[in-house]
Ligand binder design. Structure first.
Ligand code: NAP
Length: 266
């Protein structure tokens, strides 16, 4: 297989460290550099706890993209930074694979526009876990028959964005097939603000943040005399890495904007 030259942004993060292991274990992946907030000019192998990889660290993303010959930028940082990195990558003809969540609809539209302008592939995947992607697809299927639905997502308490990218993506998929409907009693009132969660096209999304959790979601459908619950749990961040691998391999074969790993699964 042809070598893929990759830059990883956020290498010390929880997802980033797993991505470095993936780079180390995958024969045709070559980590050429990393973008981090710290350790400018040092090498990944010199940072305590990171793998023995000969990749230079840059704190300036633009410098990294100018100095290194890369095919793909994998971003696992924060929403604001991830968006800037994806834009910069496209401007330097490097294909972004973005796992970072929390992009606004405007940011997604801007990246889609740039992808078209540059005729370059982009993959934005709010969830790289294949099980979670299936959970979203099953939820879309069920929503055709059960228009009353609430999404409960649970994540670790260090997560910056709420609701999660997966919950937003699930709601968007459901919206494609569900007739617009305001759920609950028409006279319903919150006696404490936020009690009913976020309102997305009349369905509600609830975000739970607790230490000990990683990434979990339940999509609960209700109809007369029955409920249907579709649930996915992530117990280890390794579960995301087969999706990262698929996205990196796929982004090179497309010149379109791909939002969601489900679009890469057969
Ligand atoms: P994390 O542990 O906080 O890691 C984020 C890393 O990004 C940190 O090392 C942070 O550095 C670094 N960073 C922040 N600003 C930066 C900048 N300007 N330049 C370079 N690096 C910067 O978070 P995580 O759990 O790994 O998650 C990262 C992102 O992936 C989040 O958006 C999360 O929601 C998302 N996520 C996606 C999936 C998926 O399947 N798509 C799964 C899990 C998580 P400091 O430590 O110095 O702040």
């Amino acid at each position: 297989m042809e070598q893929v030259k990759i830059i990883v942004a956020g290498p010390r993060g929880k997802m980033g460290t797993e991505a470095l292991k993936l780079m180390e274990e995958t024969e045709h992946f070559q980590l050429v550099a990393c973008i981090d907030r710290k350790h400018n000019g040092e090498y990944i192998k010199d940072i305590n706890g990171l793998p023995e990889l000969e990749a230079k660290i840059y704190t300036d993303a633009e410098e990294a993209l100018q100095s290194e010959d890369a095919d793909v930028l994998v971003d696992l940082t924060t929403p604001e930074t991830g968006f800037l990195h994806a834009k910069l990558a496209l401007e330097h003809n490097v294909r972004p694979v973005v796992g970072t969540t929390g992009f606004t609809a405007e940011q997604l539209a801007e990246l889609e526009r740039l992808s078209q302008e540059k005729d370059l592939g982009v993959v934005i995947a709010p969830n790289f876990a294949v099980g979670a992607v299936l959970m979203m697809q099953f939820a879309k299927w069920a929503a055709k028959y059960f228009p009353d639905v609430e999404i409960i997502e649970r994540h670790h308490d260090q997560k910056l964005d709420a609701p999660s990218g997966t919950a937003v993506k699930t709601a968007e998929l459901i919206q494609e097939v569900r007739e617009a409907k305001k759920q609950g009693h028409e006279k319903e009132q919150e006696t404490i603000e936020g009690a009913r969660g976020a309102d997305f096209d009349g369905m509600h999304i609830h975000s739970v943040r607790l230490p000990g959790l990683i990434a979990h979601q339940e999509v609960v459908f209700g109809a007369t005399g029955q409920t249907l619950t579709i649930k996915h749990d992530t117990y280890h961040r390794q579960s995301f890495m087969s999706g990262v691998k698929l996205a990196v391999d796929s982004v090179q074969k497309v010149n379109t904007f791909v939002y969601g790993l489900e679009n890469l699964l057969e």
